[in-house]
Ligand binder design. Sequence first.
Ligand code: FRU
Length: 322
Amino acid sequence: EKKTNKIIIGFSQCTSSDLWRQSMNSEMFRTASFHPELELIIKDAKGENWRQIKQIENFIEQKVDLLIISPNQSDPITDIAVSAFEQGIPTIIIDRKINSYKYSAYIGADNYEIGKNVAQYLGTLFNTPKKIIEITGLEGSSPAQERHNGFINGIKPNSQLKLVYSEDGKWNQLNAEEITKNIIDSIDFDVVFAHNDIMALGASNIINKNINKKVFIIGIDALPNLGLDMVDKGIINASFLYPTGGNEAINLALKILQKQPHHKLNLLSSAIVDESNAKVLNLQAAQLTIFQDQIEKQIQNIKNQELKYNNQKTLLNTTVIS
Ligand code: FRU
């Protein structure tokens, strides 16, 4: 039951163990902090469907005013997400999808398009035959399926590009290292397409230790301090920007809560990051981080002032009463 008169947004986050998710969370907190009427609660499902279902159930019981969900896997989370929506809770699905259109809005970049763009980008780079290894994201999570399908369709018209091996790296670096270790001696390849940058990093670590041959490594996310930096330093060769949408999700939530018109499908744009633009993007990102830090310090200052003010008020009240 609600015990506050604030507007409560519950965000069910599939995991918070990587920097991309942590950035999404802090973007949301930052944007929400500009709206004192909002209270944002983030629950981390730690990559477990059962935990995410429980946490969404709790949000429903708590009667949150709006629910944001980034489902760990589509199938297992669909029923509970639909049930929340059908019980009248406005629901935003972010980044990963459910298997239903019963929600208020979806927000995220087009993963099919990104997969296809990866293929087309590789096509522009090479005009000799290239053997490609794909390390996919977690099976059953929609970006992994869509990135794979887009990629497959993207390489189809190009007879030079051959996918020779594909395995589930489950979005994490250690699995990608394991996969690369296991195939490095038995499979010949020129390109690694990893569905995110941390898996691309995993592949890069093993390849650098084990073969002298030049392998082209491409990932996805291009997060400042991570993928962007890795491209800038030449640890991986390219990445596609995959914005977290944290800021946009809170703004969309506000629109929905204020009953303003909004789109149901909200697509965020992506772009290639490679040696041609990584340096300048990295410099810009560093500048942005400085601004964000300043904003966060200001927010903290305001909170401290509020606390001080409230304490003084209570003190005053106490004196009057006694
Ligand atoms: C982070 C992440 C990203 C990826 C996204 C897909 O948890 O694995 O690296 O782009 O999720 O949902």
